[in-house]
Ligand binder design. Structure first.
Ligand SMILES: Nc1ncnc2c1ncn2[C@@H]1O[C@H](COP(=O)(O)OP(=O)(O)OP(=O)(O)O)[C@@H](O)[C@H]1O
Length: 367
């Protein structure tokens, strides 16, 4: 069992800087999901750890020892990638056994291949070549190969990207337990925020080669470190409005499309800068009754989805917001005039100059 540590890791390719001072620790048995937009540097990070190329700056340590410069096969690392990368001329059994490298005798390999295959429910296809396997079976074979050597560090680069939706859903439920069994430090890359939230002990949010936030899924959703992080999590994504908050009678408020909305109490440090106000779609309440703190709006469209109804709203100043309501909640129809409210606890404020979140004194806290 060994901890993976990245210390101020940097990497440039010409003008591109896919890793810029990345520091991160993954404990044995922990699953850290690296999540970020396309091109943010997720794959480059995994490849530096795997030894496909070296960082320009910083240190990568496994169990306290630097692995920078070490041959890839000597780093104690198991890997599975989105394209499976199975050897086409070998059976699933031999592909899995190849994960042991030269370390195990053939007699030792067989029972371990059987055991890991049972765990991954592929024991019935061990004699098949990769072309005879479904994508789900290929993905499990690649995972079995990565897991079989009980690596100290396991790197998984979007391993569920090429499997169908049903299997992806099942694997999201199964994978965390499976991965924890080996007690490896797991770094898991995905582009899907739901997958990140389902699998991770902690999520490391990478934007332009920098880690913007490393925290639990709930902390990231409820208290995102920046507006960039807030935008990456949630479907529909967070609603934003430009505001300049002000204090009045002990309350922090802001004008949103002509309505004075409360953001919390004004007892702490007051943001006196132009801000982004962020409100999650599920935190908006729609009604037909006016009041001082209700934002007038029109429903532009109603999209019934299976588990929710999504309403596209146009506030009276032209800003467009989305709400997500339970499908059976009364919500009106296109062209209806409505009023939009939200609780002060639901308001997020971000400094418009830096994008960083500003703490509000009565903001709900992540558990
Ligand atoms: N070998 C390379 N040579 C030059 N530039 C590279 C190389 N590998 C990656 N890059 C650049 O580094 C940046 C980050 O790439 P990376 O593949 O890590 O992104 P990513 O976050 O994994 O994206 P995606 O989610 O689309 O796979 C991109 O701008 C990419 O063009």
């Amino acid at each position: 069992m060994a901890r993976l540590e990245l210390k101020s890791v940097g990497k440039s390719f010409g003008a591109a800087r896919p890793a810029d001072g990345v520091s991160l620790t993954v404990e044995p048995g922990e699953i850290v999901v690296v999540f970020g937009p396309s091109g943010s540097g997720k794959t480059v990070l995994l490849r530096m750890i795997a030894g496909m190329f070296e960082p320009d700056e910083g240190e990568i340590l496994v169990g306290g020892r630097s692995i920078v410069g070490a041959a890839p096969e000597r780093r104690g690392i198991g890997m599975a990638f989105q394209n499976f990368a199975l050897f086409p001329h070998m059976t699933a059994r031999d592909n899995i056994a190849s994960g042991l490298g030269a370390r195990a005798a053939a007699s030792d390999a067989a029972p371990r291949v059987e055991a890991i295959s049972r765990l991954l429910k592929i024991e019935h296809v061990l004699g098949h070549a990769p072309r005879e396997l479904s994508n789900g079976q290929k993905q499990r074979t690649a995972l079995a190969r990565a897991l079989i050597g009980y690596p100290d560090v396991l790197l998984l680069d979007d391993p569920l990207r090429n499997v169908d939706a049903k299997l992806r859903y099942e694997m999201r439920l199964e994978l965390p337990n499976l991965l924890r069994r080996g007690a490896a430090a797991v770094l898991y890359v995905t582009q899907d925020y739901r997958e990140a939230m389902a699998i991770a002990d902690r999520i490391a949010v990478l934007v332009d080669g920098r880690l913007e936030q490393v925290a639990s899924a709930e902390q990231i959703y409820v208290t995102p470190a920046s507006v960039a992080v807030a935008r990456l999590f949630g479907d529909p994504s967070i609603n934003l409005a430009e505001v300049t908050p002000f204090a009045e009678h002990g309350t922090l408020s802001a004008m949103v499309s002509g309505a004075k909305v409360r953001l919390g109490s004004a007892d702490g440090h007051l943001p006196d800068c132009p801000c982004w106000l962020g409100v999650r779609p599920e935190d908006l309440v729609i009604s037909v009754s006016a009041s001082e703190d209700a934002i007038p709006a029109h429903i532009l469209a109603v999209t019934p989805m299976h588990e929710k109804a999504v309403l596209l709203l146009r506030l009276s100043d032209g800003t467009e917001w989305l709400t997500a309501l339970p499908p059976d909640a009364p919500h009106g129809a296109a062209n209806d005039a409505v009023f939009v409210r939200f609780a002060p606890e639901a308001a997020l404020l971000f400094d418009r100059a830096t994008g960083l979140r500003i703490g509000l004194s009565h903001r709900r806290q992540a558990a």
